[in-house]
Design a protein around this ligand. Structure first.
Ligand SMILES: NC(=O)c1ccc[n+]([C@@H]2O[C@H](COP(=O)([O-])OP(=O)(O)OC[C@H]3O[C@@H](n4cnc5c(N)ncnc54)[C@H](O)[C@@H]3O)[C@@H](O)[C@H]2O)c1
Length: 269
């Protein structure tokens, strides 16, 4: 159902790899709500070509960019403004990757080259996107920029490994850049801290299936799924949330404020 919440708004959506991707669902819903946007992903992630189906479905152009390359980001952001016919109203950063997780390195045995790569891809890229957008004066006033985070930034989830540190840095960038972008151009910057969700990035975490069930039982509303996350992103891109900025917004069915649930207690009785 469309309320045309994003009618006339232009944006860039990073990170749609396949139908499971949160970014994929955001693209579908933003399109439904009247937005126009450019889709982007790392050139290597496009080998499967799935993003072209999404582009066709949403009438979008695809411009590849490695989010760690400022040069790629300049080409992407200026290309998007040209393609869409003016400055942007929203950006979704839906990017995460840890080489230590991929290679099975324990948190206490990190390979620091892997650590730096993961930090660059998962967190610093958010700064690079915003710094490039600011330098190109690519955002309209009251524009909205979002990145996706996870509660391991605040609390320990051992198998989340160095992604926990990456998410803490990501959330800090949202606050710090959000201050400057707000002052300079009334652009708002937030992170959404999402429930565990079955996607390519999510399922790379060890014990993810057990973990998703635990989280489900620890959340009064149950886990928020990717579609619900996409709805929240649309709301955050709309004019109905104009004064929300520099926040880490939990979208987790109540998990973050729950000490224990009856269902979990009963498992031990
Ligand atoms: N799935 C979960 O449980 C969960 C929970 C909370 C937060 N998140 C976050 O949501 C975001 C999206 O992840 P997802 O779960 O949809 O998984 P996903 O694997 O579908 O998306 C991750 C994306 O990052 C892209 N990417 C990796 N390196 C890149 C680079 N150098 N340049 C540009 N793009 C690059 C990948 O190609 C992929 O499209 C991530 O930030 C993730 O940490 C996921």
């Amino acid at each position: 159902m469309s309320n045309n919440l994003l009618k006339g708004k232009r944006g860039i959506i990073f990170g749609a790899l396949n139908e499971q991707s949160i970014a994929w669902k955001v693209a579908e819903k933003a399109h439904e709500q009247g937005a126009t946007f450019v889709l982007t992903n790392a050139p290597i992630a496009m080998r499967m070509g799935e993003i072209n189906d999404l582009a066709e479905k949403t009438g979008s152009k695809v411009i590849p960019a490695d989010a760690t390359s400022v040069e790629d980001l300049e080409t992407l952001i200026s290309g998007a403004m040209e393609e869409l016919g003016g400055p942007l109203d929203f950006i979704l950063h839906s990017i995460g990757m840890s080489v230590n997780v991929r290679k099975g390195r324990h948190y206490t045995d990190e390979n620091y080259d892997f650590t730096m790569k993961g930090l660059d891809v998962s967190a610093l890229s958010f700064h690079k996107v915003m710094q490039t957008a600011m330098k190109l004066d690519a955002m309209n006033e009251w524009g909205s920029i979002l990145a996706l985070s996870y509660i391991a930034a605040q609390r320990v989830f051992p198998d989340y490994n160095d992604m926990a540190d990456n998410k803490a840095y990501l959330e800090s960038i949202a606050r710090s850049f959000g201050y400057h972008y707000g002052e300079k151009k009334k652009v708002r910057v937030n992170t959404i801290s999402q429930s565990p969700t079955m996607t390519t990035a999510g399922s790379g975490v060890k014990g993810f299936n057990e973990f998703i069930s635990f989280s489900e039982k620890m959340s009064p509303l149950g886990n928020a799924d990717g579609d619900a996350c996409a709805d929240y992103c649309v709301a955050m891109f709309s004019d109905l949330t104009k004064y929300v900025t520099m926040q880490n917004l939990y979208h987790d069915g109540g998990f973050s404020n729950t000490g224990v649930t009856q269902e979990v207690i009963e498992k031990f009785s």
